[in-house]
Design a protein around this ligand. Structure first.
Ligand code: AMP
Length: 219
């Protein structure tokens, strides 16, 4: 299966991607994760994109296009993949389309997870990750026993720079302007399946699987 997960930041794409990866045995390719790793490792790519990411803006299409092309060329992506956070612009969708055509491959589906802006802000502004073990938690929905301290290992809980409210609002406006038009783009190609991203993780997961297993597009 060759899939794309679309949706605003904070709609739970990363969580759903992990479930889809487990069910279909395809690699989860997250451009956000790859770029964050490059920033953390201080590579030339990381240095180029660090400030853009911290402000919530988009990294230039050609740079992300190269990162994805390299990742898709690895052996584990030959039989399928799940893209999360890419494409984010129509131009990126064109870059992806050209790369897949060159390999005589095509997408099977694009699943769009819908969530309101207010719910996105509520979810993302409370998101925390342990700086030691990486365990996630949420300041409101799953608060740690002691404020700022990881329940699993006692490490310090951190907030992503781009999860501060003003940056979240910027990421949302970038999403509506640049990424949301992709829904129509893929709908015209008969690939779009839309699911409601509200409610419990397991409920959204059931909707995502149902959308993937449905015969045709839902939109
Ligand atoms: P994410 O984890 O998907 O929310 O991505 C975090 C940040 O990485 C975004 O706000 C962008 O700055 C950058 N980024 C991730 N994927 C892309 C992409 N496909 N195009 C441009 N920038 C991206």
């Amino acid at each position: 299966m060759r899939l794309i997960l679309l949706g605003p930041p904070g709609s739970g794409k990363g969580t759903q991607a992990a479930a889809v990866k487990g069910r279909y045995g395809i690699p989860h390719i997250s451009t956000g994760d790859m770029l964050r790793e490059a920033v953390a490792a201080g590579t030339p790519l990381g240095m180029k994109v660090k400030d853009i990411m911290a402000s919530g803006g988009l990294v230039p299409d050609e740079i992300v296009g190269e990162v994805v092309a390299e990742r898709l060329s690895r052996p584990d992506a030959r039989k399928g993949f799940l893209l999360d956070g890419f494409p984010r612009t129509i131009h990126q969708a064109e870059i992806l389309g050209a790369a897949l055509s060159a390999r005589r491959e095509a997408l099977d589906a694009v699943v769009k997870v819908n969530l309101s802006d207010e719910e996105v802000v509520r979810r993302l502004s409370g998101r925390r990750t342990c700086s030691a073990c990486g365990a996630p938690c949420h300041a409101v929905f799953s608060p740690p026993r002691a404020a700022g301290v990881c329940d699993s290992c006692g490490g310090a809980l951190k907030q992503r720079d781009d999860d501060k409210e003003d940056v979240i609002r910027n990421r949302l406006s970038v999403y509506h302007r640049q990424t949301a038009p992709l829904a129509e783009w893929y709908s015209k190609r008969g690939l779009l399946r839309e699911v409601d991203g509200g409610g419990l993780v397991e409920e959204v997961q059931r909707r995502v699987f149902a959308a993937l297993e449905a015969k045709g597009p839902s939109a």
